[in-house]
Design a protein around this ligand. Sequence first.
Ligand SMILES: Nc1ncnc2c1ncn2[C@@H]1O[C@H](COP(=O)(O)OP(=O)(O)OP(=O)(O)O)[C@@H](O)[C@H]1O
Ligand SMILES: Nc1ncnc2c1ncn2[C@@H]1O[C@H](COP(=O)(O)OP(=O)(O)OP(=O)(O)O)[C@@H](O)[C@H]1O
Ligand SMILES: [Mg+2]
Ligand SMILES: [Mg+2]
Lengths: 234, 234
Amino acid sequence: HLAIDHLTKIYERGKVLALDDVSFSVDKGEFLVLIGLSGSGKSTLLRCINRLIEPTSGRVFLDGTELTALPQRELRRWRRKIGMIFQQFNLVKRSTVLANVLAGRLGYVPTARTLLGRFPREDLERARRALERVGLLEKMFVRADQLSGGQQQRVGIARALMQEPELLLADEPVSALDPATSHSILKYLEQMNRQDGVTVLCALHFLSLARRYGTRIIALKGGRIVFEGSPSEI
Amino acid sequence: HLAIDHLTKIYERGKVLALDDVSFSVDKGEFLVLIGLSGSGKSTLLRCINRLIEPTSGRVFLDGTELTALPQRELRRWRRKIGMIFQQFNLVKRSTVLANVLAGRLGYVPTARTLLGRFPREDLERARRALERVGLLEKMFVRADQLSGGQQQRVGIARALMQEPELLLADEPVSALDPATSHSILKYLEQMNRQDGVTVLCALHFLSLARRYGTRIIALKGGRIVFEGSPSEI
Ligand SMILES: Nc1ncnc2c1ncn2[C@@H]1O[C@H](COP(=O)(O)OP(=O)(O)OP(=O)(O)O)[C@@H](O)[C@H]1O
Ligand SMILES: Nc1ncnc2c1ncn2[C@@H]1O[C@H](COP(=O)(O)OP(=O)(O)OP(=O)(O)O)[C@@H](O)[C@H]1O
Ligand SMILES: [Mg+2]
Ligand SMILES: [Mg+2]
């Protein structure tokens, strides 16, 4: 389903080697967890997969197609299959919760403000269901900057669900949430994974969550893979 | 040291009752932990204490002075005694790590960019020590937007330490950090609390951290205090 082949990323400024020759593959329907210390390369890896950041060298394949070789126009089409939950939420703060969630239908382009009138009825219905899932239906018409930290994170999760992606890249999706809310969100991602067959790559900080939800774990340290295996082995 | 007296906050938009008649007091040198579900009112409470948000009714006293009655000019002087670690870091993304940390000497005004040349030598020394404390000395001249999520959070912590505050308001200071980095940060806050006598109010999501570091715990639910007591009782 997804193959990462000798991926290296050096950030120009500061010559930081963020990813160092990372290779692994992910079967369809796996729930792969990425763990590692702060600064170990988790976000860089996820962002190289959907090319929000361009890798310095190496290749990424999704269903046999090399994403790293696609021109921008085609990349945009492929990105519709890849949902992203951002570490810093990336909401359009002045837009409503509903507008932010509807933007999920557009891939990553959060220009919801201009398009709000043009969404079909079934997208509005989908948005309601996604907000219900994350426990925020009553905040639908509230502006994103009037939510608590954890509520904003849940809007970002609902937006990614709107895409009904084949592959979900989740970058610390529950960092701003209390344990009870974290589990209800991760259980939902697990359900998407098990029932809808969505492949999930999820960066998490807590080994306890990685063991509970992951089918496989990859640990990063200084940009290199230092562990790969089943949750019971780590 | 700090007294909260019948504090209520209703956000105008959406008529949300975020805090509902909250009263408690904190002795000098306590490490008080606030826990509660996402949306329960933790951030609102911390921001009402330093008046980043104006309470709807109720009063806040620090060392006998009523903060809620101070004019803006005097409030700015009192805020120098109150450090704040923000839930969403609040860094000046285009400025360097050093500029962001030096801004801590100015209270909450992150206009570091213009003032950089005017900091005395001992402030530069203080900034080096604060960055060393949080493990980011080597990123001193890097722009804040070129750091990982956890690294950005640690810059916000170093900035608050620069103020050498009497009272530290920490809003989920370790949410973007892995457990090992979290403990090293919280141990340092505990050291400031025990050795320098800094009073700490810290919102945390995890009961395990609250029990380990808190001298007292207050739990919020729907804006009301539902528990107040020692960590061993909860
Ligand atoms: N600027 C605002 N305008 C309107 N409502 C707000 C605003 N900020 C927060 N709220 C609402 O007030 C309530 C309390 O929010 P608060 O940010 O204090 O929660 P919290 O306990 O810090 O949650 P979290 O753990 O998610 O950070 C929530 O219902 C939230 O939606
Ligand atoms: N835009 C950037 N420019 C330069 N260096 C960067 C940039 N973004 C990240 N880095 C560096 O690359 C390394 C890896 O960062 P990355 O964001 O992938 O870490 P992470 O594992 O996600 O950490 P965290 O748990 O703190 O989110 C870090 O040393 C960081 O400072
Ligand atoms: Mg990250
Ligand atoms: Mg909060």
